[in-house]
Design a protein around this ligand. Structure first.
Ligand code: ARG
Length: 292
């Protein structure tokens, strides 16, 4: 067998998404939201459907959480919880406008038999937490500075039994970890260093010397708000520069249009929560052959 250098192996994933059926920009809780700018609700739904079909087409499983009245940001499903090994550490939203989303997610996890941990501290789920199962035996990266309280990181560490590395976000445009950093596979990341404090940048450089480095244009195009299966990297179509860097590093960029949801301050990753069940088998998608 010929081993292709740097061949990236995709792994089958399970995701949770919520359709933007109530999506609107009715309030502004991040610098991207402009309540005066019109949103095309129909287009938002179409773009979301295409994102879902893209993930299904890559061989992944997608669960859907029904949208609820009065919760226009519920499409950003990543914020609803953070799962590792069959445990779901629940969310507690910073702003009252989104608070009720936590209960909808909680109901999903409880009903599906997850070990659900009720949070006592403000944290916005996978928006501010990332998980790398193959880095240092399983590592949580955790953001604070705008939404999640730093104290929630130690609670997540306790609930999930994995070390959580606290990283300080310093640029209000990149108010969640998942718009500044992403897991590319089970052991490596891509990030925009300037979104982090000087100390956090040093920590990232120490832990991930082989990380891919994004620039401001990549970050502003919401390129870092990506979903990767280890090979196929689904990212905002606008992020052409980052797509080229990913391709050069041996990943397969899969661009999707998400212009409408960007008006809410989110993109691919914000719409997708990864479900990591207990004793997750490492199941390659299609060994030996390209996934697409
Ligand atoms: N409008 C939402 C908010 O400000 C966007 C959330 C984006 N989600 C994310 N995971 N970054 O809360």
């Amino acid at each position: 067998m010929v081993i292709v250098k740097d061949q990236r192996i995709p792994r089958k994933r399970t995701y949770l998404m919520c359709p933007p059926e109530r999506f609107a920009v009715e309030y502004a809780i991040n610098p991207w939201m402009d309540t005066e700018a019109p949103v095309d609700a129909e287009l938002a739904l179409k773009q979301w459907q295409l994102l879902r079909e893209t993930l299904l087409g890559l061989g992944h499983t997608v669960h859907v959480l029904p949208a609820e009245d009065g919760l226009p940001d519920m499409v950003f499903a990543a914020n609803g919880a953070f799962t590792v090994d069959g445990t779901a550490y629940g969310a507690r939203f910073r702003y009252p406008q989104r608070a009720a989303e936590a209960a909808a997610h909680r109901a999903f996890y409880v009903e599906q038999g997850w070990n659900y941990v009720e949070p006592s501290e403000i944290n916005e789920g996978e928006g501010d937490f990332a998980y790398l199962p193959e880095a240092y035996g399983g590592l949580i990266l955790a953001g604070y500075g705008f939404r999640t309280e730093a104290v929630a990181h130690s609670h997540a560490q306790e609930a999930l039994g994995r070390p959580a590395i606290s990283l300080q976000l310093v640029d209000p445009r990149f108010y969640h970890l998942d718009v500044a950093l992403a897991a590319l596979d089970d052991a490596n990341i891509v990030y925009y260093p300037e979104a982090f404090s000087a100390g956090s940048r040093k920590v990232l450089a120490q832990l991930f010397p082989d990380a891919l480095i994004a620039d401001e244009a990549d970050a502003v195009a919401f390129g870092l708000n990506l979903v990767s299966d280890g090979r196929n990297v689904v990212l905002n179509a606008e992020a052409t520069g980052l797509a080229a860097k990913l391709a050069a590093a041996g990943y397969t960029p899969v661009p999707v249009e998400l212009s409408e949801l960007k008006k809410g301050g989110g993109s691919v990753k914000c719409c997708v929560a990864e479900l990591r069940p207990a004793g997750q088998p490492v199941e390659p998608l299609s060994p030996g052959s390209p996934a697409r």
